[in-house]
Write a protein that binds this ligand. Sequence first.
Ligand SMILES: O=c1ccn([C@@H]2O[C@H](COP(=O)(O)O)[C@@H](O)[C@H]2O)c(=O)[nH]1
Length: 230
Amino acid sequence: MSSRLIIALDFATAEQALAFVAPLTPSQCKLKVGFELFVAAGPAFVRQLTARGFDVFLDLKFHDIPNTVASACKAAAGLGVWMLNVHASGGTKMMQAAREALQGFANPPKLIAVTVLTSMDKAQLSGTGITVEPAKQVQHLAQLTADSGLDGVVCSAQESAMLRQRLGNDFLLVTPGIRPTGSDQGDQSRVMTPAQAREAGVSYVVVGRPITQAPDPQAVIAAINLELGS
Ligand SMILES: O=c1ccn([C@@H]2O[C@H](COP(=O)(O)O)[C@@H](O)[C@H]2O)c(=O)[nH]1
């Protein structure tokens, strides 16, 4: 069974990231490249990871007008990534344009949309002018994403049981904000353990600092995979 663990490679340089990745195998985890590493190391680094056989989630959270997002998605798909994402709050036209941009690819990446960032609680969300509970807003944006024909969403594991029930088994639920028991919550608000996330029906968990800053990352990876049953 392939792992449901996606490790967030939030490193400042390609050298640091490659040193971390060196002992890993594609059967242990998938890898996520976000803003920090992509800005520092660029497309060539992403190609190095895919050349080593890793499934790469390019987490650049595109959020712009439909034409611009569609072009960015096309360029990202050209890197051979496994998954990429946009912001659901960009709206239906933007998400549909992104989806259509990937149609010409023989093996298109999975396209998912960010709902409400897992760092946000009700007070922070309210500060942006959205006064409903985070779960309600996640539900609304996830439905918009499904109606736009995307493959799934980024949400917290806390909303996953509700979304799984509403949107079915094929809809991808990709969940950051995962904290193994005893690990530091940091800037995340809506958190769950890997075991709770599995119970909630998530498709994949995204874990960064609890692994990358651990004294023994391999031990944490093995423990998370065990909790996930993968
Ligand atoms: O809602 C979101 C969307 C993306 N992320 C990203 O996931 C990882 C989480 O890292 P941790 O160190 O495990 O907190 C990070 O790359 C975020 O950019 C998210 O946390 N929440």
